[in-house]
Design a protein around this ligand. Structure first.
Ligand SMILES: *[C@@H]1O[C@H](CO)[C@@H](O)[C@H](O)[C@H]1NC(C)=O
Ligand SMILES: *[C@@H]1O[C@H](CO)[C@@H](O)[C@H](O)[C@H]1NC(C)=O
Ligand SMILES: *[C@@H]1O[C@H](CO)[C@@H](O)[C@H](O)[C@H]1NC(C)=O
Length: 420
């Protein structure tokens, strides 16, 4: 589509050139300048309206070229774009046939009156639009068209509640700063906010745009709204995946036997890696106390889990030394653990299978006799502290995996159902 547009534009420009070069001479242009700025005494400081008590209608379109960056930390949106601004200047009119059909001319923007439009919610200082070397296009009818091009840095209240599936609505508020609504009337052009030259961004997708001219303010204003949605793939792969992997590594501490002597250092090392990683991530999120991101809650839960895992591992190491002290294992604890780790029920099941096979198939007698496992646990529930620690390792491994799985699933369900 773009190349068709380009060809059309080039054709129009060429046609325009042919038309302009028709009969115009440098003398015509000089005469026109003489007429407007010397004879008529055009002054850019005067609002160009014959009737000074009527407002001047200014039409604005915003052409968004690119979204450069949305910073969550400073809460700013950086966009590149240009405005198309049109108004009627009563003092910049001439009869084209008097000047060799010179029907349009470009004047430096500083030479003609312009509405002092500026970005109100700018993150930087108040800055006039455009630069002095930029020209405005003036037609013999008095229509002035101005295309100030700029990088706009606007403030944008970033709501990261549903990070990384968040949708942000940012505004660009343009006001005619020193004119009241009765003097300058800002209106939207036919396009409003236009995306036909927009270059897509790898991080953000534009969902919707809109504009409004209703304002509660003294000065006229036009507000362009851009609704963008984060593409979550990068965050999922480079932030959330490593966190989940570290959390799994952390839980793997319960696979290490206490005798290896590595359990404590392993738990603390993974906890440290986790803590460092989390502090890096939290520095990329805004310091916001109004809303707490679901993602932050998830991180807090994971940090809590990691702390508890480290604590549990340390306690278990301590417990594993009780055997040397000769402390007996309480019978109730052992029975409870056997029940929890399902030792007795597994044993029962196996015996049952054996019995069944006996009835069906006489050939299985030999096989099952070999497979038969003695059920020590049922008959002797007392064991060593070593067994207690092993049982707890199993229980905690499963427990923490469950906590991780549930919190991860809940996090993704809450966050990905965000509809903005
Ligand atoms: C000037 O504009 C005002 C406001 O629109 C209007 O009331 C008034 O009649 C106009 N005057 C002339 C001379 O057109
Ligand atoms: C423009 O100038 C031509 C020739 O000088 C004249 O015939 C015509 O009426 C003028 N038009 C206007 C709108 O003044
Ligand atoms: C744009 O804003 C107007 C109000 O200013 C509203 O009526 C309209 O529905 C909005 N359009 C979209 C697509 O949101």
């Amino acid at each position: 589509m773009n190349w068709i547009m380009n060809i059309l534009i080039i054709t129009f420009i060429l046609l325009g050139l042919i038309k302009e070069t028709f009969s115009q001479t440098g003398a015509d242009a000089k005469a026109l300048k003489e007429k407007i700025f010397v004879t008529d005494g055009y002054d850019y400081k005067i609002r160009p309206q014959q009737n000074q008590s009527a407002p001047i209608d200014v039409y604005i379109n915003f052409y968004l070229l690119a979204i450069n960056e949305l910073s969550e930390v400073t809460e700013t949106l950086k966009t590149t774009g240009y405005l198309w601004i049109l108004w009627q200047d009563d003092f910049l009119q001439w009869n084209a046939s008097d000047y060799g059909n010179l029907w349009q001319y470009f004047w430096p923007q500083g030479d003609v009156w312009r509405p002092d439009i500026a970005l109100k919610n700018s993150f930087t200082d108040y800055k006039a639009l455009g630069v002095d070397t930029l020209n405005v296009m003036v037609e013999s009818t008095g229509h002035v068209q101005w295309y100030p091009f700029q990088v706009f840095q606007s403030t944008c209240a970033v709501d990261i509640t549903y990070y990384p599936y968040d949708i942000q609505t940012c505004k660009l508020e343009f006001v005619a700063w020193s004119y009241s609504k009765a003097e300058v009337n800002l209106m939207s052009g036919a396009k409003g906010i236009d995306l036909w030259e927009y270059e897509s961004n790898s991080e953000w997708e534009v969902l919707d745009t809109n504009y409004t001219t209703e304002a509660m303010t003294y000065e006229a204003q036009i507000v362009f709204t851009i609704k963008i949605q984060r593409k979550p793939t990068y965050v999922l792969l480079s932030v959330i995946m490593p966190i989940i992997m570290l959390a799994i590594l952390n839980i793997a501490v319960f696979l290490l036997p206490c005798e290896s002597g590595e359990k404590a250092s392993y738990a603390v090392t993974v906890f440290l890696a986790f803590a460092v990683f989390l502090s890096i991530i939290s520095s990329t999120l805004p310091e916001n106390s109004d809303t707490i991101a679901v993602f932050s809650m998830y991180l807090i839960i994971l940090t809590l889990e990691s702390t508890l895992i480290t604590l549990t591992a340390l306690v278990l190491i301590r417990v594993s030394t009780f055997d040397q002290d000769g402390t007996p294992v309480p019978r109730l604890l052992m029975t409870g653990l056997n029940f929890l780790t399902c030792k007795s029920c597994c044993c029962k099941k196996k015996n049952k299978v054996k019995d069944k096979k006996d009835e069906d198939d006489i050939w299985s007698i030999n096989k099952t006799t070999i497979e038969e496992i003695p059920c020590d646990d049922e008959t002797k529930p007392e064991g060593t502290w070593r067994d207690v620690v092993n049982a707890f390792d199993k229980i905690f491994f499963i427990f923490y995996i469950l906590v991780l799985a549930v919190s991860t699933v809940v996090f993704f369900v809450v966050v990905s159902t965000n509809k903005g």
